[in-house]
Each structure stands twice: as C-alpha cells, then as structure tokens.
Design a protein around this ligand. Structure first.
Ligand code: PGA
Length: 267
C-alpha cells in the first residue's frame, strides 16, 4: 500500500443540524446551499449535511434531482439492524436512503441520552457493517479538562469504540474531536487546543488500531465553529475539517465556512 501523508486527506465540512429544520425547511436549506456552494473548493473540501431522520428522504431526493454536491449524513443509529427498539433507526435503513456518514457518540447522545461507550461501539460497528462511514465523536467535559483528564477520556472513548475494527476500516473513519465545553456555548477551543485534541485523537487511533490507518483517517474539530474561526482552527496539521452545529443551519453561514475551509492548504 502506498504511503499516506496528510496532504492525501481531503478536507471535510460537516453540518450537524441537530433537532432543527422540518422536511420543508430542510428542502429549502439544501436548495439554498446548492446555489451558494463555492464550486471551486469542492475538489478539496467534502461537504456533508446531517439533517434529522424525518428529513433524509426529502433531502436525498433534492440532492439527486438538482445534482447538488452535498453528501448525506445522519445523526445517530442503533447498534442492532432490526428488532423491538421503539424509536430507534437502524443502519440498513440509513444505507437504503443513500446516507454515507453517520455521527456516532455525539456528546448530546452521550450526555443527554445516556449513550455509553459500549453502545457507541455497537453503533459504530453497525455503520461499518452497512458500508457507511462512522463519524466518531469524542471529547472531554469542562470538568474533565480541569482535572487534566482530556487524554485519558479520548483514549477510553476511542479504544472502546474501535475494538475489533480492521485497519482498512479505520483508514476511512472520521473522528470528530468536540470538547463538550465548546459545543453550543460560543466558547471555541483555541487553534492550539484544537490541534492538540485532534492530534491526541489521531494518536489514540494509531495505538488502538493501526498507524497507517490513523494517518489516513480524517479528524475534525467541532465546537462553536463559525466562518471567522474556521481557517485558523484548520491550520493545525491534524485538523482536517470542522463539524458545525449552529452555524450550519443557514446556507450563507454554512457556505462561508466551506469557503474558509477551502482557503486552507489550498497551495
Ligand atoms: P456547535 O455544535 O457548532 O453549535 O457548537 C457542534 C456540534 O455539536 O457538533
């Protein structure tokens, strides 16, 4: 296998809509994004949206009909492929809708809905089983950071989630380092913190699975990303892109982030 260096990693901007936009608003939003996407950066930047489940079918249809260069993502999935799990959505259902990326272990699932490391691991395996790509979200709380536990938390989250994952699967994995204290708070990590967290995450993936795979996998930073801080956050050698919540809901702010991401490592 050819040596992989970081320039081989395509940047990524992913919008996590959380519980916003019904399917009609979603259709309008992706149409607007389609009109404003800076086409010249798309060869360098992969752009993904993660709408709520009820929007996926509508968004998929619009993207196909209008040939919009957005990739479809989902926000969560069950660890099982089917069964008596009221309210859950299974990975094969998402795969049938053309979903490519699935967020796994987002901090809101972990902290608000009690998703534990084992459930995260099961969801990650389910996504891989159905040939989609997990976006494994990891990150420390403010309390854990104050207690100097950031590295230990990332290690535990990545080790348990990737147990049994093969090197070829890990190479296509996306990790998202999202310090919990920075999510939805308007408090962004400094570029140095973002680089340090992403570099820890990459090293943990190397230690847990495989070094070459860890160099090929993309690592995103998330937490209060806006267009104005995107380029400086992505300046870190291990920061391959951003996972965006609030600023991904409107086409203009989201596309400004895509443009800013395209200005990084463009030469
Ligand atoms: P935020 O959310 O950009 O609104 O902080 C990020 C996330 O939760 O993925």
């Amino acid at each position: 296998m050819a040596a992989v260096n970081e320039t081989a990693r395509r940047s990524m901007v992913a919008g996590n809509w959380k519980m916003h936009h019904d399917h009609l608003q979603a259709i309008r939003t992706v149409q607007e994004i389609g009109l404003r996407l800076p086409a010249e950066v798309l060869p360098r930047v992969e752009v993904v949206v993660h709408p709520p489940f009820t929007d996926l079918r509508s968004v998929q249809t619009v993207l196909e009909d209008r040939a919009i260069s957005l990739v479809l993502g989902a926000q969560h999935c069950a660890g099982e492929d089917s069964g008596p799990f009221t309210g859950e959505v299974a990975a094969p259902m998402l795969a049938r809708l053309g979903v490519r990326y699935v967020l796994v272990g987002h901090s809101e699932r972990r902290h608000l809905f009690g998703q534990d490391d084992e459930q995260v691991a099961a969801a990650l395996r389910a996504v891989l089983r159905h040939d989609m790509v997990p976006v494994l979200c990891v990150g420390e709380t403010g309390q854990e950071r104050a207690a100097d536990e950031t590295e230990a938390v990332l290690e535990r989250q990545i080790r348990t989630a990737t147990a049994g994952v093969r090197a070829d699967q890990a190479a296509s994995l996306v990790l998202a380092y999202e310090p919990v204290w920075a999510i939805g708070t308007g408090v962004t990590a400094t570029p140095a913190d973002a680089q340090q967290g992403c570099s820890h995450a990459r090293r943990m993936l190397a230690a847990s699975v495989d070094d070459t795979a860890a160099r090929a996998a993309r690592v995103l930073y998330g937490g209060s990303v806006v267009a104005e801080n995107t380029a400086e956050l992505m300046a870190g050698a291990d920061v391959d892109g951003v996972l965006v919540g609030g600023a991904s809901l409107q086409a203009d702010s989201f596309c400004a982030i895509v443009a800013a991401a395209g200005s990084v490592r463009s030469g």
